[in-house]
Design a binder for this molecule. Structure first.
Ligand SMILES: [Fe+2]
Ligand SMILES: [Fe+2]
Length: 270
């Protein structure tokens, strides 16, 4: 039996174009990599705002085991009953107590060891929620009672805060995978003590856009310096994420590979 677990993590799914990319490409990625575990970030599915029961059910049917979210989950009232009722749909752990939902869970499947999943959110340029560094220590203490395999979605804006988190938990979790900024970074690595790290896994959604939103509206907001209602973009949907190989016994990562499909056009000859 293989000593490594293959984990597929998919970055922020944005709107219907993002869901269409999932419908078109996810299964072939699961098959190609023979993924044991699939985790997706669903914070932007409903026109950029959260995820509800309907989309969550479809994602679970398409192979997801856990859905993480982020700051935009709170803008969708219909997401709250989902957070309260389904322990496989997470919101960041370090929101103040009293909010709906949970920030960590354990995936238990036959024939593979338990896999812990947790999500924390950064504070730099974001809401002033509880400290993610103290929060992650508490979450690791809980999850590591059950398993050394722990995947962390760090939903944060500032790369410095994300990189700092990587150093803070190196050797204590299997992977720190950045979400929220929607642009895949070229810094995927294995840190010295065995934690896989990437500052952002990238958006699953329409790239003919500004981070998934209409580029016309985004430009208007910048050029006119007044509020204009965001609209979803539609075209050039891509699937973004990482494939992790994790040692089943130690929880250390052996490799991390970022992917974007279809890849960006980088030549006029493509
Ligand atoms: Fe997002
Ligand atoms: Fe976000």
């Amino acid at each position: 039996m293989s000593q490594t677990l293959t984990i597929l993590f998919i970055g922020d799914i944005v709107g219907n174009p993002g869901m269409n990319a999932i419908r078109m490409f996810l299964k072939s990625f699961i098959d190609k990599h023979q993924a044991d575990i699939v985790i997706v970030n669903g914070e932007n599915i409903c026109n950029g705002k959260g995820v509800t029961e309907k989309e969550a059910t479809e994602l679970f049917n398409l192979g997801a085991h856990v859905i993480t979210t982020g700051n935009h989950i709170w803008e969708n009232w219909q997401a709250r009953p989902l957070l309260s009722s389904n322990p496989m749909v997470l919101r960041p752990y370090n929101y103040p107590p009293g909010n709906a939902g949970k920030g960590m869970t354990i995936i238990e499947l036959p024939h593979i060891p338990p896999v812990g999943v947790m999500q924390l959110q950064g504070r730099t340029y974001m809401q002033s929620i509880d400290c993610p560094f103290r929060g992650v220590d508490h979450a690791i203490a809980k999850l590591s009672e059950r398993t050394p395999i722990i995947i962390m979605d760090f939903h944060a804006d500032a790369t410095a805060e994300k990189i700092s988190m990587g150093w803070h938990v190196d050797g204590r979790v299997s992977a720190v995978l950045g979400t929220h900024t929607h642009v895949q970074t070229a810094d995927a690595t294995i840190l010295p003590k065995g934690t896989a790290y990437i500052s952002d896994v990238g958006m699953t959604g329409p790239y003919d856009s500004v981070l998934g939103m209409s580029k016309e509206i985004a430009l208007k907001r910048l050029l006119l310096q007044t509020a204009h209602k965001y609209e979803m973009a539609e075209n050039d949907a891509k699937l973004c994420g990482v494939v992790l190989k994790v040692n089943k016994n130690t929880g250390k990562s052996e490799s991390i590979e970022a992917f974007m499909y279809p890849k960006m056009r980088t030549s006029i000859h493509e």
